[in-house]
Design a protein around this ligand. Structure first.
Ligand code: PLP
Length: 472
């Protein structure tokens, strides 16, 4: 499989290269040159397979030619053995026709482990084969950082620098990052928002000399391998509920558009999906786009669901690329306009293409607490604020009357309630406890450096830390 950039002006790459490259050199994101296709009978044949077995089937075409089946299987098995539930992504029924896919049973209790536990192992494997080392630089609004750190800690060939917006991630999220004492892990609290962190990472990547000197790489959701690994649970959950012979719709609490884009990839691969339902918090750039056809940046608002507190959904560009019939020059032009004017209209035919498949709903903090409380009263389940946004979006999509009544609606539960205990306690009166393996988390010591939102300061920090590590 070859990979091409959404902006059409970067060289096409192999799987190994795309794994290590992250953002393309023309500023675009990599996507597969073609979508591997499964027929309905191919999909039926996956029924009854374990999570790891489906993972191997679904992802094999994307790594073909780069990684042997035996090696890939071993990595998949090890990655999902780290989960706290034997089903890896179990389904719970919430209501008639409404299900919850629990994506949070990995080591850091959020859905990002589903991808990163595999991606960390893929990096190790590919780097060892090539005799190379990389410096991973990532921005996090909370969950990516801890998941990346957990996936890469103590790995010889990888240095990890994670930037989080100071004071804007939950205590549990911060502790999960800063309590890791592995010498290859470097935590930066940046004075700014998540978008400032993300811009900083983009600026580091834009410096080609620096990028080459440190062999910079990314594991945030612009990395294709993460999207690839997320496709798997759309297959496993749909199969459990009768796909491809029953209609399925997915509701996904959305920030950077990585998770829901993986659902779109599953659809392109042949999994019948009736609709993609996006839930957003007050940071609702996508929902406003669905409503109006205009993509318009606003300032970031802090909410109860901080992992969705962003105003630019990077992965949306991958969908946009398909909506422009894969014309990279047109995507590049549209994204330049968006950057310059903070607002862009991609045109009626793009909007029609996207709205045919996607709906968007927004939920504020008060509504989020109401949903957490209502679900608890109805089912006894505690859910986290991000998952609540997705569940509400699913419910409203059902009420809209646009879905077939027989459609199984699957809401994605993206974080464990104990990751956001304050909101859950305010909504239900119950303080959700961390699982036993993390029970002492809040007492662990921390390692983190505070930096201003200044590219010079961040570059100097990288240089100093990497020099110290080389000397050690
Ligand atoms: C990252 C994250 C999201 C948003 O996912 P995207 O792929 O960025 O859309 C939602 N919920 C939680 C808990 C997350 O960690």
């Amino acid at each position: 499989m070859r990979y091409i950039s959404t902006r059409g002006a970067a060289p096409d790459l192999s799987f190994e290269q795309v794994l290590l490259a992250g953002l393309a050199r023309d500023g675009g994101l990599y996507v597969p040159e073609t979508w591997p296709k499964f027929s309905k009978s191919d999909i039926r044949a996956m029924r009854g397979l374990s999570y790891s077995e489906v993972a191997l089937e679904v992802m094999r075409p994307y790594v073909a030619g780069a990684i042997s089946d035996a090696d890939f299987k071993a990595m998949i098995d090890a990655a999902y053995a780290s989960f706290g539930h034997p089903a890896v992504v179990p389904l719970k029924q919430l209501d008639h026709g409404m299900f919850l896919a629990e994506l949070f049973h990995g080591p850091t209790l959020a859905f990002k482990d589903c991808a990163l536990q595999l991606v960390g192992r893929l990096f190790d494997h590919v780097l060892a084969k090539r005799g190379e080392k990389v410096t991973i630089v990532g921005a996090t609004s909370g969950d990516t950082g801890s998941a990346a750190i957990e996936a890469c800690r103590d790995r010889e060939a990888i240095e990890v620098f994670i930037l989080h917006p100071k004071g804007r991630v939950s205590d549990v999220q911060r502790k999960q990052m800063t309590s890791v004492m592995a010498p290859n892990i470097h935590n930066i609290a940046l004075e700014g928002t998540f978008d400032d962190c993300q811009d900083m990472v983009k600026a580091l990547f834009a410096d080609e000399a620096l990028r080459d000197r440190y062999n910079l790489s990314a594991v945030n959701s612009i990395n294709w391998a993460r999207i690839m690994a997320q496709i798997v649970y759309y297959f496993t959950t749909a199969l459990t509920l009768g796909a491809p012979d029953r209609k399925i719709a997915f509701a996904v609490p959305t920030g950077n558009f990585g998770n829901v884009f993986a659902a779109y990839c599953a659809y392109q691969m042949g999994l019948p999906i009736e609709r993609f339902i996006i839930g957003s918090n007050a940071n609702d750039i996508l929902t406003r786009y669905m409503d109006t056809g205009r993509m318009e940046m606003n300032d970031v608002t802090a909410t109860l669901s901080p992992s969705m507190d962003i105003q630019i959904s990077s992965n949306f560009e991958r969908l946009l690329f398909d909506s422009y019939k894969r014309d990279g020059a047109k995507v590049a032009k549209a994204m330049d306009t968006f950057r310059a004017k903070r607002s862009v209209d991609f045109g009626k035919s793009r909007w029609t293409f996207i709205r045919k498949m996607f709906d968007g709903y927004r939920l504020g903090d008060n509504g989020t607490k109401e949903v957490i409380s209502a679900i608890h009263k109805m089912t006894g389940e505690l859910i986290d604020p991000h998952s609540a946004v997705g569940i509400e979006a699913a419910g409203r999509a059902r009420l809209s009357g646009e879905l077939d009544p027989d459609t199984a609606l699957i809401a994605m539960a993206t974080a464990h309630p104990a990751k956001f205990p304050k909101a859950v306690e305010e909504a239900t009166g119950i303080y959700p406890n961390l699982p036993p393996r993390l029970a002492d988390l809040m007492d662990r010591p921390e390692k983190c450096d505070l930096l201003p939102n200044d590219i010079g300061a961040v570059k100097a920090y990288l240089a100093t830390r990497l020099a110290q590590r080389k000397a050690a």
